[in-house]
Write a protein that binds this ligand. Sequence first.
Ligand code: MOS
Length: 746
Amino acid sequence: MDDLMNMQGQGHVRLGSSAGQALTRRDGMLKVTGAATYAADNRPDGLLHAVLATAGIAKGRVTHLDVAAAEAHPGVVKVYTPANAPRTALSPDEKIHPFVWRMETLTDDSVRYAGQPIALVLAETLEAAAEGARLLAPRYEAEVPRVTLDDAEPFETDTTAFGRPAGHASGDVDAARSGAARHVTATVETSQQYHNAIEPHAITARWDGDRLEIDTPNQAIGLSKQTFAAFLGIDPSQILLRSPFLGGGFGSKAILYGGQLLAILAARDLGRPVKLVLRRDQMYGPVGHRAPTRQSLQIDLDAEGNIAALEHDTVTLTSTFDQFLESASNASHSLYAAPNLRTSHHGRRADVGTPGPMRAPGEAPGSAALEIAMDAAAQAAGMDPLEFRLKNYAETDPSTGMAFSSKGLRDCYTEAAKLFGWAERSAAPRSMRQGRLLKGWGMGTAQFPCPMFQAAAHATLRADGTAVIETSAADMGQGAWTALAQIAADGLGIDIDKVEFRSGHSDLPDAGVAGGSGHTATAGTALFNAGADAVRQLAELATNDPASPLFGAGNAGVTARSGRLYRNDDERSEPYEDILARAGLDLVRGEGKGAREGEPDRAMFSHGAVFAEVLVDPDLGQVRVSRLIGAFAAGRIVNPRLARSQLLGGMIWGIGMALQEEAVHDRRSGRLTNADLAGYHVPVNADVPMIEALTVHEDDPYVNALGIKGVGEIGVTGTVGAIGNAVWHATGIQPTRLPIHPESLI
Ligand code: MOS
């Protein structure tokens, strides 16, 4: 067997028959029958229900809470306020790793944003806890809040999200600009968006002596265990965190928030299990959101329509007490061949909850603005949008000069354009109609990086030929457990129905973060390596055993397939069971890791092309997306059914971002006016038209040994710009604000 650990970034592993199959979700039956247990489904004996009381002002102080009234309510057991809340072992502001936000645990009476936790009420029933929270009837000393980009406080920063540099410069933008033939500018604002996973944040916490059991949906199980332990002042080994099923994550469940910690602290303090489930409206504030951006781009063109210089600046909001800045300008770093490139970010502080990662953080708003600017540039150059993008196709990453690990983008353009019928587009705006409706066709390029994190896995082959694979991966609906089991089966050289997958809790090897579209690549590599390690041990047993038909073949002289080892030099083979039986072993256990070794010397991205058709009512300004077609190059597709579903999900998110999703503040109170699914619109079936996502073949020998990129987030990128450009083509009105409001089109 090849030593896969030595092949990271160099080789290209041949997978078996499981990877590549369009299997349905292995957890699907559990979910549709209701047998899957989510965090809020847990009802341990003696359970107390917790309800957060949250601030009704955005800035100021809580001057009074009627704790006596709340505690007098039948069933209420305890009310925690800053006066009596248990303290954490670390300061709430301690940053022990980049995924830690301020732990808001009722440390003082100040209010920093609307919806901030100000008390926690514990009761025998949910109803009593809710009534107790209502009876607190907070009184405030309110100050005038600042909640929008216009009135927020500017600050300079060297870094954006997760410590990325806030600025980049390559080449000489100013010199290139002064020599350019045309100068195109575009300004695009994107909205504040809130997480609306079907399952709200929830936790059930139970202490047994100094051991803590937590059920909570989580995208980063190992990291979360470490974080909880640090803030609780206990050893991570004292915590068991279970997260078998998540009703959506999208980034919001990669970060821990104070509410979860408060529930754990309350359970410890009261000696009873505690369950806290956020209400839908409580998702709008304390658990992250996508911050609004105001982006300014300039594209300078030479006389032939080549990009001479590209500049992209982003102004975005964060909270007054933490720092997460949407890295939108980074979307311009690597997509188009801009020999001179400058990007920057500027932060502003507002009285809002701390933003956080939301599906394609940075890239989603950044791509939207870039693609609209690219259409402006194409118009200035007098070129078709696709032709213009092809003319400025980046053969190497312009920001680093590095070659791409692979880049199937040309195929994406070709395939998607063909299916869409792009060649039939009439160039002039307002020139296409369907009945009385204006018809517009637009496109955008999709791109998303391919990070890898750290993951570990075990794979155990048993005497009966079955296997157990173990890694604490997060399946938040994307199908991770299925895709990962497919990879593991191939690593083990057995059929997938022989694989038992143990996952979703913290006593298993840590599969790392399910985020950044890197989970399949990272955890998949760990699982594959674990399986290969187990097979290597079997091969060693067999090839050194004179009684085996494999004797003398050597480790490199055998291949694993369907539960047997085959000699490479003739037809002879032996089943795993026989090898184990003769060695007198019940099992062999392999271990594997997944990570990227060293600094990459290639630029690694998934790519795609998205084409949109919209119909616009010329009188009402109402926009419907009528067709949406994307083609994506994302390396090896482990499961075409699940990958398509992820890509479609991202594209649907893009519809919401282009046309619907927008949280609106009341500027006087600083509260959100639409913190619910009635006022905050996300796409529903009627908003999702004929939609298709294709994948093109792409071999990537560099991104990782398995050639896997990612599909979770890229679908949002490209799509928003494509819809914006389609509206522009339909109406002749260049979008400057997303979502596009009907009134801006009439
Ligand atoms: Mo995602 S925003 O990396 O969960």
